[in-house]
Design a protein around this ligand. Structure first.
Ligand SMILES: [Zn+2]
Length: 181
């Protein structure tokens, strides 16, 4: 039944980003990381039931908020949820992109033990074949807005899923983000 509902929903524009998601991004921007952690974590848990494809990035952002708030243990816990979910959804390219970015950010902060833990989660969730053909993601020349017009998430061009040559999809809310002309 769930599957069928998803199929019917596909093709219909994503609903406007929930207030809570916009609020969570604002908390991050204002440096209220502990509050952002709770909000993103709550959103991630709800997404797991209703929009499972959105849950990983929400867990990853909860993890980032945890790291920024100084709770690296909780951070790694959230990153683990994000990457394990991507693995179970067989979204291996996304898994590599997101995992790679998390590891890089942890190393930049000098959190090497945490980075190694995330690397091992990454390895355990990637099939051997995907690890071998690790190639850089395609590079798009178009310019995307810096923030999602719907939910206010920061847009990382090298880190989004592309719908077509000029349109990416917001990881957080699923809204289309069109390139600026
Ligand atoms: Zn968005």
């Amino acid at each position: 039944m769930f599957r069928r509902a998803r199929r019917i929903l596909r093709g219909i524009p994503a609903p406007a980003a929930p207030q809570a998601l916009r609020h969570a991004h604002q908390l991050m921007e204002r440096g209220r990381y502990a509050d952002a952690l709770l909000t993103f974590y709550d959103l991630a848990q709800k997404a797991e039931e209703r929009f499972p494809e959105r849950a990983p990035i929400l867990y990853a952002e909860a993890g980032r908020a945890a790291i920024l708030s100084g709770d690296s243990k909780k951070g790694v816990f959230c990153f683990r949820s994000a990457l394990t979910l991507l693995g179970s959804q067989q979204r291996y390219q996304r898994l590599q992109q997101l995992g790679g970015r998390i590891v890089m950010e942890l190393r930049e902060r000098g959190l090497h033990a945490e980075a190694e833990e995330v690397e091992s989660v990454l390895r355990n969730n990637l099939p051997a074949a995907a690890q071998k053909e690790a190639k850089p993601s395609s590079y798009h020349q178009v310019i995307l807005p810096t923030h999602c017009p719907s939910c206010g998430a920061a847009v990382r061009r090298e880190d989004v899923e592309w719908v077509d040559a000029l349109t990416a999809e917001c990881d957080y809310c699923g809204s289309p983000i069109r390139a600026e002309s």
